[in-house]
Design a binder for this molecule. Structure first.
Ligand code: HEM
Length: 136
């Protein structure tokens, strides 16, 4: 069980790294005015998204493995899973934004992306508190 938990945490950290860095690339992209920089950022976004999606899937697989094999239960788990759905939604929305940037359809300012960037941070803080403190 501890091995599965260790790999769950490893993949969660890696997934979060991608989810925190991707919106930073959107901030830079929304500020970039020359075509070469935009093309470079597009490439970085696409590669980071692909890698982050793989790591996110592994984090979820190992989380589900922990849950289903060792029967964890409680209000904290339901609350955590609800927030995880929020993280997945954020990830899917980032994938849409990568496609929008690639098609030159971005309409938002770099300031908007700076606020957008805080969503995964807040979700991650709440999830870690729920899973470690288990307040209910
Ligand atoms: C399908 C999604 C997920 C499921 C089913 C799941 C399930 C679990 C379970 C059953 C545990 C063991 C809890 C314990 O040892 O008391 C655990 C541990 C943990 N999970 Fe998840 N998890 C998921 C996604 C996530 C995400 C997205 C994060 C963070 C952003 C996360 C962070 C953690 C951490 C930090 C631990 C270690 C807690 C500890 O050992 O005290 N998990 N997870």
């Amino acid at each position: 069980m501890l091995w599965v938990k260790a790999f769950h945490i490893i993949f969660v950290i890696s997934w979060m790294a991608g989810l925190l860095y991707l919106p930073r690339l959107f901030v830079n992209h929304a500020m970039a005015s020359d075509a070469a920089t935009q093309a470079q950022l597009q490439l970085m976004q696409r590669k980071l998204l692909r890698f982050t999606t793989l790591l996110g899937k592994l984090a979820l697989i190992f989380g589900l493995w922990l849950w289903l094999q060792w029967g964890f239960a409680g209000g904290w788990l339901h609350a955590k899973l609800t927030l995880v759905l929020g993280l997945i939604g954020f990830h899917v929305y980032c994938a849409k934004l990568v496609r929008d940037f690639a098609a030159g359809r971005n309409t938002r300012s770099h300031v908007w992306y700076r606020y957008f960037n805080e969503i995964p941070t807040l979700l991650m803080i709440a999830i870690v508190i729920l899973v470690v403190v288990k307040p209910f």
